[in-house]
Design a protein around this ligand. Sequence first.
Ligand code: SAH
Ligand code: SF4
Ligand code: F3S
Length: 477
Amino acid sequence: MEHNHNKVIDEGRQGEALELDNANISGKKLYVESYGCQMNFSDSEVVASIMTNNGYSTTRNIDEADVVLINTCSIRENAEQRVRNRLTEFKHRKDQKPDLVVGILGCMAERLKKSLLEEEKLVDLVAGPDAYRDLPNLVDEVGTGQKAVNVLLSRDETYADISPVRLDHGGISAFVTIMRGCDNMCSFCVVPFTRGRERSRDPHTIVEECKDLLSKGYREVTLLGQNVDSYRWNLTSKGVVKDENQPTTNFAQLMEMVALVSPDLRIRFSTSHPKDMTDDVLEIMAKYENICPYIHLPVQSGHSTVLERMNRGYSREWYLERIDAIRRFMPDCAISTDIITGFCGETDDEHDATVSLMQQVKFDFAYMFKYSERPKTLAERRFADDVPEEVKAKRLTEIIELQLKNSKLSNEKQVGETVKVLVEGASKRSEDQLCGRNGQNAMVIFPRENYEKGQYVLVKITSCTSATLLGEAISIC
Ligand code: SAH
Ligand code: SF4
Ligand code: F3S
């Protein structure tokens, strides 16, 4: 789910602060910093919305904050370590300013619960992913000297009625959460423990949010969920209709509803699960020009026995068949993946199977990680974390090198082609260059001329690196 495509290994986006200039009723200022996946960044916008409705204004300057919230990730040990370092810095800050309220949100809050407050004494407030409506009360409780903890997980909270406060003024691309939680039990993964049961959001609130974004100048939405293919409204997990008098909606139908909002609104989604990604989704993708031909389909391993230990619910053959299906429906569809090296008991042969799968599929992009054991997961209880660190690292280096070649190949294929780019703004290096992505999610850079942010521009690709396509604009489209 992480989305910085310029880095091969992505440990989540790093501590970005957010700011809004709303009416400042209480005079109190909130500073929020987010780590982890897109869901967390999207949740921080919900948090900002809840807090600004309760009289706070937000700031990007931590020095002027009365409340500091850190939205955290537990996916790998090093993600948590980074947060701990940051919390220690906040603690020093609190020594200087004793009234400062420091709170932890997100997955680490849910995983470690009140121990962060009682044993480690790192924070004043702990709120899990389903407890954000309670934040204004929790902050008040801190003010009266109480322990402020809410880590209750919910079966139905989707924050459907809260319109997230968008934190990038004049933004082009927005996240829209369509479901929360995860009911899969991949044996390596902490998410089911930190995010609770899977639940889907009312489709009409999703469509309304997309319409609203379009009217505010946004031109792209990314529909978010841990497993978007199991999105379902008015249906049980067994596919039984809940209320006969109401329509049902699955993921393919939801995508169609969003695609029909406007041809000018481009649609992406993340993450698809290989065991649940059905042909009806591919059919809808192929049917609508504004649904981007790009699928993030995490494979994790290329060996069926490892996939079984991971409890992923599919085999190598099943995965490869899904790749064939994608290419049948959309020959130009880009495909990216996630891979874990050194999972419990992974042999050289099993690792080689991952390498051969990568050679066969030639992913356009991949996020690659060393296995990091997480407390309470099935893998932690059942298997030994027995692949030595050096072996994990060596295997990781090998697949990263292979992926760099594949990414380069994927970009080279587009040199000479003309692609449609949604302009996101100036490129990082120069104000004279614009950047944006094509439908396949490749970053494209081209001279600004008179083109502007938010326009769809046809760009002729003239050269590339493994991370970027370079070209020249032809016209608006
Ligand atoms: N819901 C998404 C994944 C969310 S986590 C999905 O099912 O694909 C993002 C990625 O982190 C996973 O795809 C996996 O590759 C990686 N990951 C999860 N747990 C991990 C662990 N314990 N160690 C290393 N990588 C892990
Ligand atoms: Fe974790 Fe698996 Fe759920 Fe993804 S599908 S969040 S990897 S348990
Ligand atoms: Fe996301 Fe990290 Fe939680 S990847 S769901 S923030 S554990």
